[in-house]
Design a binder for this molecule. Structure first.
Ligand code: SF4
Length: 85
């Protein structure tokens, strides 16, 4: 499995499992999945979105999703450059 496919899977899990009670996680997880499905690098708002998710989500699910994304990016290094925010 390619690194970007793994990242897409992570965002798809996030979007599917977000309960939708708060906007940072509900919108951020869907936006993350949209971005990961595109062929190019994430847009300029991606990094800010990760920061909002980690600071403003209501529960640990949303607050820790950016950490999971960044951990994946660290593991794959240059192959996921730009995806850690
Ligand atoms: S952070 Fe928690 S409360 Fe907010 S949408 Fe995600 S799962 Fe629901």
């Amino acid at each position: 499995m390619e690194p970007l496919e793994v990242l897409r899977h992570l965002w798809a899990f996030a979007a599917a499992e977000s309960c939708g009670a708060c906007s940072p996680c509900r919108v951020g997880s869907r936006r993350g999945l949209e971005q990961a499905r595109l062929a190019g690098p994430p847009d300029d708002g991606y990094s800010a979105m990760l920061n909002v998710m980690s600071r403003a989500s209501l529960c640990a699910f949303g607050r820790r999703l950016p950490h999971a994304v960044r951990s994946l990016v660290r593991a794959y290094g240059d192959r996921l450059r730009g995806w850690g925010g």
